[in-house]
Design a protein. Structure first.
Length: 309
């Protein structure tokens, strides 16, 4: 009888072990995601450098007159720009306006709220083209940033960002467009344009890409149109006039938090994630594609106040 008892004991315990393993796997995965979030939030402390060798450009280059720079943004709140519902931009500009104005006043730039230029015949995102085109002639450089962005390190100047992205401090010369890339390629939510004939022509051509216009979607088509134009440029023109930042986190970081979508991106594109995830010390965080934007902004601004920023 003893051997039978031993066999029954073994068979009864085996399913319990398998059940325990099945139940523990999601917990282990969740713990791994939270660990990844903590690592990415501390990426700069772990050695990531968003502004690679930024100081040496200004230190070794001859002095130039300071360029006139303006930050441009808007939020088309009456349209709930960005898809409405939980992803609405309603109240976002009021929430971030003080942050951006304080930064520009500190650095000696202008801040332009261009909501009056919104064209009601297109999704609001397209009107960033009109906003930049209208004001570009008054400045040497314009820095467009979507309303759902927050300056998180006001000690970093826009000149230093451009110096790093371009590779030298001669901001009066080409290139004319400075952008970053994320998982989907070029991102049109944050970018720089230099005052030039090439920039004006590019902006006009971008606005005329009407086949890309999309209504009733969180993807309005302006980003796809910009990407199409850049991809269509001849190689010499592309090299002369467009720069892609070597690190997305130089001026367009995304918050990384534990979700299965972010986990997939981390596994499939770890280097892209590393280059773009928001970490303490980054210049700007961009809440691209996130719901509850006002809550995120309130949380970020609270953290900045606690850190003395």
């Amino acid at each position: 009888m003893a051997p039978r008892s031993s066999v029954r004991w073994t068979k009864s315990r085996a399913p319990n072990r398998r059940l325990w393993l099945l139940l523990s796997l999601p917990l282990l995965a969740l713990a791994s995601l939270h660990a990844a979030a903590a690592i990415l939030r501390g990426a700069n402390a772990l050695g990531r450098r968003c502004a690679l060798a930024g100081a040496e450009y200004s230190a070794t280059s001859p002095p130039h007159p300071r360029p006139r720079i303006a930050m441009v943004s808007f939020s088309a709140e009456e349209n709930s720009g960005g898809g409405g519902g939980r992803r609405s931009f309603r109240g976002v500009m009021d929430a971030v306006g003080g942050n951006k104005r304080a930064y520009t006043e500190r650095m000696g730039y202008d801040f332009i709220d261009a909501r009056r230029l919104v064209d009601p015949n297109r999704p609001p995102n397209w009107s960033k083209i009109l906003a930049v085109r209208s004001h570009l002639r008054h400045y040497d450089w314009l820095f467009w940033n979507d309303a759902d962005t927050v300056v998180t390190n006001p000690d970093i100047s826009l000149e230093s960002i451009l110096n790093v992205a371009i590779g030298y401090s001669g901001l009066q010369a080409s290139p004319d467009l400075v952008v970053t890339e994320d998982f989907n390629g070029v991102n049109s939510g944050v970018f720089f344009f230099r005052r030039s004939e090439w920039s004006e022509k590019f902006l006009d051509t971008w606005w005329n890409q009407t086949s890309f216009v999309r209504f009733g979607s969180t993807l309005s088509g302006d980003n796809a149109a910009m990407k199409h134009l850049i991809d269509s440029l001849p190689s010499k023109e592309l090299g002369d006039h467009v720069r892609v930042s070597p690190m997305q986190c130089l001026f367009n970081s995304y918050p990384w938090f534990p979700t299965w979508k972010n986990a997939y991106r981390l596994i499939s594109s770890p280097l892209t994630t590393w280059r773009g995830a928001y970490s303490d010390g980054d210049f700007m965080v961009h809440l691209a594609g996130l719901d509850e934007k006002k809550k995120w902004i309130a949380k970020i601004l609270r953290e900045l106040r606690e850190a003395g920023r």
